[in-house]
Design a protein around this ligand. Structure first.
Ligand SMILES: [Zn+2]
Ligand SMILES: [Zn+2]
Length: 346
């Protein structure tokens, strides 16, 4: 079927209305009528060519929420009318060690990205800035009742990207967690760590968003532009989640960790980190990274968010405003995620 979409025709060009072909619903497939698609910073990097050549035209969007319109004959996990979501991946080999461990995002054959990737049938995937998408049922998540569907969309990337390291490194009662950067990822990290029961501190360049940070669940908020911050917080945190994709003075942040503390990166700066071994050795510290989460863990995150009444802070826009939204994301003027209303594409 041909469906309406917004696509980037070439690197760095504005997105424009178009149509894309969606495959027939196979035995294991789910056809989703899209309601909302979040705008992730990765979408912008991809269509601007920051991450290398892309198979243009590219329909971005990997924070998708919608309603099941049709299921294949072998699908028992989803029914017509269910509210569902799709995140950053739509397929993987299903057989390698990592896939079998529920870490499909680290599939040894390479996970299939939701857009601008080659699917296992050889076709190019197209993302969620569209009215419909067909996805293998194994990569379709249940969106529980109780989360507003627009606010649920960013959970599929920003939510799981921060939930996974918080869980893995034990955010919870009695643990001190710092979140570096209060953007799309950072605001979710604050909400999730707070709901897990951790003591949460935001480390941001300035105090400009302090009121927001405290409202979202932070217990404290410090400006990293003030050198006194690093003296005051030395050795304080069990876990620091770094959500910024700009370069940071990583050794200064490592000095804020307790013995056995971990600094986990979920942003991806273009330049290498310069880690002094002493910053790690001097406190048995861990310097780590984490990329989204597996399918089972993503479902666990959605269920956790529903149980705790958590959604993203969103600004819902018509599809025709997507280019303007991109400029505002690049200017750090998003509070905190733009979400496209797919009804405006019909
Ligand atoms: Zn994303
Ligand atoms: Zn695999």
């Amino acid at each position: 079927m041909r469906v309406n979409a917004y696509a980037a025709p070439a690197a760095g060009r504005p997105l424009a209305p178009t149509t894309v072909e969606r495959r027939d619903v196979g035995t294991n497939d789910v056809l989703i009528e899209i309601e909302f698609a979040g705008i992730c910073h990765s979408d912008i990097h991809t269509v601007n060519g920051d991450w290398g050549p892309q198979p243009f035209p590219v329909v971005p969007g990997h924070e998708i929420v919608g309603v099941v319109a049709e299921v294949g004959s072998a699908v028992s996990t989803h029914r017509v009318g269910d509210r569902v979501g799709v995140g950053c991946m739509v397929n993987s080999c299903g057989e390698c060690t990592n896939c079998r461990n529920g870490d499909e995002q680290y599939c040894l054959q390479g996970m299939v990205g939701t857009y601008a990737a080659t699917d296992r049938d050889g076709t190019t995937t197209q993302g969620g800035y569209s009215t419909h998408v067909v996805v293998d049922a194994g990569f379709v998540l249940r969106v529980p009742e109780g989360i507003d569907p627009a606010a649920a969309a960013p959970l599929l990337c920003a939510g799981i990207t921060t939930y996974s390291p918080l869980r893995r490194w034990g955010a919870g009662p009695g643990r001190r967690v710092a979140v570096v950067g209060l953007g799309g990822l950072g605001h979710m990290a604050v909400k999730l760590a707070h709901a897990m029961g951790a003591e949460v501190t935001v480390l941001s360049q300035s105090l400009k968003k302090q009121e927001d940070g405290l409202r979202l669940g932070a217990d404290a908020y410090f400006a990293t532009g003030d050198p006194a911050t690093f003296d005051e917080l030395a050795g304080r945190f069990d876990l620091i989640v770094n959500t910024v994709s700009a370069s940071i003075d990583v050794n200064a942040y490592l000095s804020l960790l307790t013995v056995d503390g971990a600094l986990v990166n979920v942003g991806a700066p273009a330049d290498p980190f310069a880690v002094n071994a002493m910053s790690l050795i001097g406190g048995r510290r861990t310097f780590a990274g984490s990329m989204i989460g597996g399918i089972a863990e993503t479902q666990e995150m959605l269920d956790f968010c529903a149980a705790h009444g958590i959604g993203a802070e969103v600004e819902v826009i018509a599809a025709e405003r997507v280019n303007e939204a991109y400029e505002r994301v690049l200017a750090s003027d998003a509070r905190y995620r733009f979400v496209i209303d797919a009804a405006t594409l019909r």
